[in-house]
Design a protein around this ligand. Structure first.
Ligand SMILES: Cc1ncc(COP(=O)(O)O)c(C=O)c1O
Length: 443
């Protein structure tokens, strides 16, 4: 059966007062989050959709098919104990679903820094950053982030999401245009929407198309182009050298979201801009502290005028409590570890090259080049659900990415790797992937 949003004509016919036909929902094998969004777009209100959604979730849980919400009972490492909902058991799983790329969330120096800061400053910051929510560790982290990005100044946010939303909505306004790569993260899209600027999209990683979009929007007051360093769902690197040239030619601003490239790519793990030798040239580097940096939070780094402006006008920073001092201290220690232990980055890339080349050799449809984010394209919701559940049953924890997070037909498993994965863990994961892939008919 296919997803159903049927016209409730029968209901409308019975009504004494003529009404506009209202869509209704039914749970089927194929029901997914996308159906819920479509129902909202088709006109159903929250009072109808929320109970339906809860019922659908309950249904998938009761038949052992809910793909989400696994609870970790230890650190988000290469292997972890996970609460498995379907047999009330705790399972030791190989985790291919953590963005803790360098294995720093539970690094002893990082944990100690958080403990020391908690003892000194407490657990919460108690105020917004501009009032009294900053601590010496916050300032120390901001200088380290600025240095890491070769920028004049940096400013932290509570998350990477709120950094993008705050930065884009502060920088762009009503007479401006925000031009996004088609695969740009939801946080950039949301920032662009909130800014009130026109929002345009260019083909993924296509600098020639960006050139044409910029040309068509040449009369906008400020043109802000926003791309990612390593793309979160495809794992490919943006051709920043080409993009930067186009952006400069049109006198636009360039924002690079380095969520997945900070700590991972370029000399010293300084990110995609550094990889292309463009460190001092990027107007705004946005990033997260929650992936390779192993803590939680976000940041923007750039020239001092822009960053100071953002500090005062990014509403997601201004009207939100500052990140906790212990998290700031953890991130600060993690940046030291990134500098002092480059072998972690080397091991991560060794793992990426191994898993990526094996997946290709075994016939999986994946990305063109290795990176810590490796997609395995399944191509439909049913196969994706079956593969994910089979892998989970075999103690391989992998993320399932359906539409609308990715385009229809490119539903995928999203594998993320860490420096802590061993060759044995990856080989075991590959064996399970091959079996699940055969069962789903994709290899
Ligand atoms: C490209 C990109 N930008 C921003 C974010 C948001 O970062 P955070 O998880 O710190 O909110 C993410 C991931 O979650 C991401 O993948």
């Amino acid at each position: 059966m296919s997803p159903m949003i049927a016209d409730a004509t029968a209901v409308a016919a019975r009504a004494t007062v003529p009404t506009t036909p209202k869509p209704t929902l039914e749970i089927t094998e194929e029901t997914s989050l996308a159906d819920i969004l479509r129902a909202r777009e088709a006109g159903l209100g929250i009072r109808d959709v929320a109970p339906f959604f809860k019922q659908a979730l309950h249904h998938f849980q009761s038949v052992g098919q809910n793909l989400y919400g696994r609870t970790l009972l230890g650190p988000s490492d290469a292997e972890a104990v996970v609460e498995y909902p379907y047999d009330d058991a705790q399972r030791d799983m190989i985790i291919l679903a953590s963005n803790n790329y360098l294995g720093l969330t539970n690094h002893p120096r990082v944990i100690r820094a958080a403990q020391d800061a908690a003892a000194l400053y407490g657990c919460g910051s108690g105020s917004s950053p501009l009032l009294v929510g900053s601590f010496p560790v916050t300032k120390e982290l901001e200088s380290k982030l600025a240095e890491l990005k070769g920028a004049e100044e940096a400013c932290v946010f509570a998350t990477g999401y709120s950094a993008n939303v705050g930065v884009i909505s502060a920088v762009a306004g009503k007479d401006d245009v925000v031009i996004l790569d088609r695969l740009a993260h939801a946080s950039m899209v949301d920032g662009a929407k909130l800014s009130g600027a026109q929002m345009k999209v260019f083909h993924h990683n296509d600098a020639a198309h960006l050139d044409r979009v910029l040309e068509r929007n040449r009369n906008a007051r400020t043109k802000l182009v926003a791309v990612e360093g390593i793309y979160s769902m495809d794992g490919d690197v943006a051709p920043l050298d080409q993009i930067w040239q186009v952006v400069k030619r049109h006198d636009a601003l360039l924002l690079v979201d380095e969520a997945h490239s900070t700590g991972v790519l370029g000399p010293g793990g300084r990110g995609a801009a550094a990889y292309f030798g463009l460190e001092g040239e990027i107007d705004l580097h946005v990033g997260t502290l929650s992936k390779a940096i192993g803590a939680c939070g976000g940041f923007v780094a750039g020239n001092s005028d822009l960053v100071t402006y953002i500090r005062y006008f990014a509403r997601s920073g201004m009207f939100s409590t500052a990140p906790s001092p212990m998290v700031m201290a953890a991130a600060s220690a993690a940046i030291d570890v990134i500098r002092d232990e480059p072998e972690r980055r080397e091991k991560l890339w060794e793992n990426c090259r191994f898993l990526h080349s094996e997946l290709k050799r075994l016939g999986f449809k994946t990305s063109a080049a290795p990176s810590p984010v490796i997609p395995v394209i399944v191509g439909n919701m049913k196969g994706l659900r079956e593969m994910t559940l089979e892998l989970h049953r075999n103690n391989i924890c992998v993320n399932s990415v359906p539409f609308p997070a990715v385009a229809h037909g490119s539903e995928r498993l999203r594998i993320s790797l860490t420096a802590n994965h061993t060759r044995e863990q990856l080989k075991r994961a590959l064996d399970c992937l091959v079996q699940a892939g055969k069962n789903a008919g994709i290899v």
